[in-house]
Each structure stands twice: as C-alpha cells, then as structure tokens.
Write a protein that binds this ligand. Structure first.
Ligand code: SLL
Length: 251
C-alpha cells in the first residue's frame, strides 16, 4: 500500500524524550488561608508535567489532560500550553489520570500515566515535616519512547541538528551529537540543581547504591547458607547418635 505523505517512518530508530511528572502540596497557613478555599479544604497543591530541569518540551508535547477526582467541579482539566499544570486546593489524596497528547505531526496516539497525589508527608521524620508544614513533593522521572517516528516528527524531535536516539534491537542507548545551538536534546544535566534532582550524578549514585545493596544481599545469602550447612551437619550428628525421631502424629 502506498504510504501517505508524512507517514513514512524512520526505520530502526527509537527516539526517547525525558520528562518529569508529579505533584507538590502544602497545608494552608492557618493565619493565611486562601480566601476562596472551601472550609473543608486543608491543602494547596499543584500537579504538573514538565521537562527535566524545566526544559521546554512543547515541541513534542502538545497538551496534557489531567483527570481529577469527581469531587472537583470540572474534574477534567485540559492544558493546551506550558506550563502543563493544575493548581488546586483540597482535603484528600487521590489518583490523577494524566493523558499526554503529542504534537499532530507525530501522528502518535495519546499516552496515559497515573500519579498519586500526595498531601501528607512520607518517608522519614514525618512528624517534623508536618510541624514545619513542609512542601510534600512526589514526582517521577520518565521517558517517552517514539518507535520509528514518522519523518516529519523525527525532524521535529531532533531539531535537525542534534540526534538522541536509541538503536532498536540492541537495547543500548546511543546518543550522537551532530549539531550545535538550538537543537533539541534528550540530555539530562550532569549535576543536580536546587530545582532538579535528576542528573547523571544522581543516576550514578543510585547505581552505586544498588550495587552495594546487591553485594549485601549476596553476603547475607552466603551467611544463611553457612548457617544451614551447620544445622544440617548437626542434624546428621544427632541422627547418628540419637536415631531418627518417630513420625509426628497428623491431625
Ligand atoms: C479520600 N479517596 O477519601 C479520596 C478522595 C477526594 C479529594 C479524595 C476536594 C474536592 C472539592 C477534595 O480534596 N477531593 O471539594 O472540590 O481521601
């Protein structure tokens, strides 16, 4: 079948684009409640989809639809341009459905992700965080992968200059820089900054942490195996000296 213009795919290529989605929430300052908040509301919160390090991602992300809990008036909020976010007040936590719509050139179907809105502190020092009325941030790094994008979208994605792509089959990410200024990238920063925890440095610290944990688990397995061998030896000795116990009565 002839391929419609604009629908020719770039074979063997996957382009990935990183993004961050999540929420931040804070309890009202009792002395300074937002004037229009209903009396049962306790927190202000914001849910968002954004580029890593606040990079503009609107060249591939056209709009975002946030589906809030039905207790909200107009619970479906569609945000047509950046910042892709909804700010609200409320009293409860719930799952937010986030639908990502890609630019029309992509011919891609929308993709849905879910985010659990967190209002209450979690992790360590929950009491301290509550007392200090700390902002509760719950966010994730993710990547959207466009497999064999249509040519016009591929050009848009790579900005013509810089290519960030993933070779199919091998699974390994390959990134080649062939151009300079203004080109779109999928690079994540080398180091964190106050507003952005996602960096190569964090990634490598996390990998170190995982390999340390693996080592610990291996050592624990080794210790348990040694203990088991010791017990089995003892059991064999007891069997030799005391004989085999009579079978226990089954009920
Ligand atoms: C819960 N399953 O029971 C959740 C529901 C609903 C959240 C949370 C206020 C909406 C409004 C609001 O915070 N809804 O009054 O407009 O915890």
């Amino acid at each position: 079948m002839p391929v419609a213009p604009g629908n020719k795919r770039v074979k063997g290529v996957s382009v990935y684009r990183p993004f961050v989605y999540g929420s931040e929430a804070q309890p009202f300052d009792p002395a300074n409640r937002p004037p229009n908040a209903p009396p049962d509301h306790t927190h202000q919160w914001r849910v968002y989809v954004k580029g890593v390090n606040d990079e503009d991602i609107s060249y591939w992300l056209k709009k975002v639809q946030f589906k809030l809990h039905e207790t909200y008036a107009q619970s479906v909020r569609t945000i047509e341009q950046p910042p892709f976010e909804v700010t609200e007040t409320g009293w409860g936590e719930f799952e937010i459905q986030i639908k990502l719509y890609f630019v029309p050139e992509s011919t891609e179907k929308p993709q849905t992700i879910w985010h659990s809105l967190k209002l209450h502190p979690y992790g360590n020092d929950i009491e301290g965080k509550r007392e200090r009325r700390e902002k509760v941030i719950s966010q994730n790094y993710d990547e959207v992968i466009f497999n064999e994008p249509v040519e016009q979208f591929y050009d848009l994605l790579t900005g013509g200059g810089q290519q960030q792509q993933q070779s199919k089959g091998k699974g390994a990410k390959k990134s080649t820089t062939t151009g300079g200024g203004g080109a779109h990238t999928a690079e994540i920063p080398l180091h964190d900054s106050p507003g952005n925890p996602y960096s190569r440095a964090t990634e490598s610290a996390e990998l170190d942490r995982i390999s340390e944990a693996l080592k610990n688990v291996e050592q624990m397995i080794k210790n348990e195996r040694a203990k088991l061998a010791e017990k089995e030896k003892r059991l064999a000795e007891l069997r030799a000296t005391e004989g085999v116990p009579p079978p226990t009565k089954k009920k």
